[in-house]
Ligand binder design. Sequence first.
Ligand code: HEM
Length: 374
Amino acid sequence: MSDSRVDRFPLGARVRLADLAVDPYPTFAELREAEPVTWVPEIERWFLTRRDDMLALLRDPDLFTTDAPSTIRDMFGVHMMTTEGPAQIRYKRKCLPPFHASRLRTASLAPLVAEVERRVATLRAEGGRTGEVRTGLARPIALHSVLSVLGIPLAETERVNEWYEHFARALANFAGAPELRAAGKGAADAFGRALEPILDELERDPDGSLLSDLVCDHVDPLTAEEIRSNALIILFGGIETTEAMIANAVWALLSHPRQLPAARASEAALDLAIEETLRWEPAVQSAARHATRDTEIRGVRIAEGEVVHCMLGAANRDPAHFTDPDRFDVTRTNAGDHLSFAVGRHFCLGAPPRPPRDPRRDRNALDPLPRAPP
Ligand code: HEM
């Protein structure tokens, strides 16, 4: 079967992950134009590159599910990202309140702002006009934010960073090396053991953090295992993404210096510049789903159990939706229509609260899960 697929999808047959890691956009453009649903023999999975196809697929969890064996489930267990239906909605509802606009407005951001200022001052002092933005600013700020939202003491930052490195290597272990898997699972177990005293302390002395909310829920409590798995996916889902977004924003703006004044003009202009960074260079390039039964996309037959990757960076540069899509433009009014937080039931938990519904910006209609009440 695979051989005939190689003949039917010649562009897919030429796709190499190593090339995509360098610059995926020329390949995405070719695929979007000529083979929008393609088979990639290197990983034996399907790729989608048109935005409309991804919107339809990601909004259909009955047909395309995350509830199937995967490395992320093997590593962290069953959590909101690897389940569907009532269980997923329950997990997500319980974890959403700390991300609600009213909670974010009243949260004290002073320690985070102080940390950013301290890190920027260090970068300036160290390098003058150069500096290591990723390790010196982006990763520490990502760790600080995610630990604070969860309610994990900042004193744990170093340990979390080490566990995180093991998770990242285990989740990128496409060759299935047993030692990487074992190290990742060992780190997840160590995190679980470290969590126990933290949860005890938060139950005694609630602080309004996400873990504190979960452990103080005596009406419909999650089990200790459910708290651990969901905390792990939040930790993993929040760190590299936030780190990449900060680094990408610095890179995009500094490589387009003439756009800096427009981005700095107001808070709304800065928000738009960040949306444009997310569109132009998304931190997550793909959302994968398993077909629950035989089906078709654009006349291409997808068999039950096969995996389809929605290539989010390709959706973000789809000329059917974005004018001159390869151009970085901080004044692009529909930049927020990017799929960088995906869409549907698994829409990113950590995505910023959406602005009031605006029919011109369909991102507002993307997440069918109602946000928890303030
Ligand atoms: C710029 C930063 C971020 C980006 C680009 C991003 C991107 C994404 C994407 C694309 C998904 C969907 C994956 C899929 O459907 O297969 C996702 C889901 C998720 N994200 Fe984020 N993320 C970011 C920040 C965060 C933060 C800060 C947190 C938490 C502190 C977080 C937690 C999660 C969780 C828990 C999910 C799973 C949601 C579910 O399955 O219902 N993310 N994120």
